[in-house]
Design a binder for this molecule. Structure first.
Ligand code: NAD
Length: 282
């Protein structure tokens, strides 16, 4: 039987700790404060922003949403990120994607102060991670590692295949896994014979944003599979990158979508906000 690597219990445990620490900050003078910067009119982004606002509220974290509009320029976005970076009342900054057409995260993310970069998107944060130095780590990548640890799946010495090489998920995840002493193979859209590469791995992480990309023929018997994908299905729901029907029964364990990596990602983001607030007041 294939075990389900659910993230709900782990997320609840992280949230309980975050809530206490947020309350302590509030008692000491001010609630931790997160600024969510939006520059799109994308419904999926709006849904995600709303869910982050609700999560923050439940945990006692103050949240400002700044909507710069879908036609914002890179200069406007950078100016807002710089202002929030300089504002002592703001502890944490998250820039939502997608950004307006023609603007990439790389064009603007360096304007986020590393001390407030709770999703680890700036080149400085990513460089600190690659160098093995302290900084905020992208929450989704951290969630994958924490989910595996929570379910007692060892990483040291094991072969992990990561499908996806974005700066947001795949690349930082590869760095985190290396720090756990895993042997890491990073696959991407130009990988020749993906099933052969992923079938050689003990653990497969799907982070490509392609529905049904990872199937039974991509995983060997007894492998562990983590599904990072959050894709919109035809009926408006959310589905991962893994074809669960063919992977179940073959894999030893599979993380569900929704309810796997997602809740842990949100919980870790909120924990980062509280850590940023604690660091700022120290
Ligand atoms: P992206 O589009 O920036 O990157 C996708 C990566 O997948 C690329 O490196 C590409 O080379 C690779 N890829 C695409 N097609 C492939 C194929 N056929 N074979 C092999 N590799 C292929 O996406 P992203 O921002 O890294 O996000 C990946 C997925 O993770 C998306 O579904 C996204 O929604 C999801 N995501 C989930 C969370 C969460 O909290 N659960 C957070 C962020 C992103």
């Amino acid at each position: 039987d294939t075990a389900s690597l659910t993230g709900k219990e782990l997320a609840a445990a992280i949230n309980a700790d975050t809530k206490q620490r947020a309350a302590a900050r509030t008692e000491a003078g001010a609630a931790p404060r997160l600024a969510l910067i939006v520059a799109n009119d994308d419904p999926a982004s709006a849904w995600y922003v709303n869910s982050l606002r609700k999560a923050a509220e439940r945990l006692g974290i103050a949240c400002d949403t700044v909507d710069l509009g879908a036609d914002a320029t890179a200069d406007t976005i950078r100016a807002e990120l710089e202002a929030r970076s300089a504002d002592s009342a703001t502890d944490a900054i998250m820039l939502q994607t997608p950004l307006p057409a023609g603007i990439t995260l790389d064009d603007v993310s360096s304007a986020i102060a590393a001390t407030k970069d709770v999703d680890g998107v700036s080149p400085l944060s990513l460089g600190l991670l690659a160098s093995g130095l302290d900084g905020f780590v992208p929450a989704t990548s951290e969630a994958v590692v924490e989910l595996l640890k929570h379910h007692d799946i060892p990483l040291s010495g094991r072969h992990v295949a990561v499908v996806g090489r974005s700066n947001v998920v795949g690349k930082p995840l590869a760095q985190l896994l290396l720090a756990e002493n895993a042997t890491v193979t990073v696959c991407h859209s130009r990988t020749t014979d993906l099933p052969a590469v992923t079938s050689a791995a003990d653990i497969v992480v799907a982070a490509a944003g392609r529905i049904g990309l990872v199937t039974g023929k991509h995983v060997r018997e007894g492998a562990v599979v983590v599904d990072v994908g959050t894709n919109e299905s035809a009926d408006g729901g959310i589905v991962g990158d893994v074809e669960a029907d063919s992977v179940r029964g073959k894999a030893a364990a599979l993380s569900p979508v929704p309810g796997g990596v997602g809740p842990v990602t949100t919980a870790l983001l909120m924990r980062h906000v509280v850590v940023a607030a604690e660091n700022a007041r120290r």
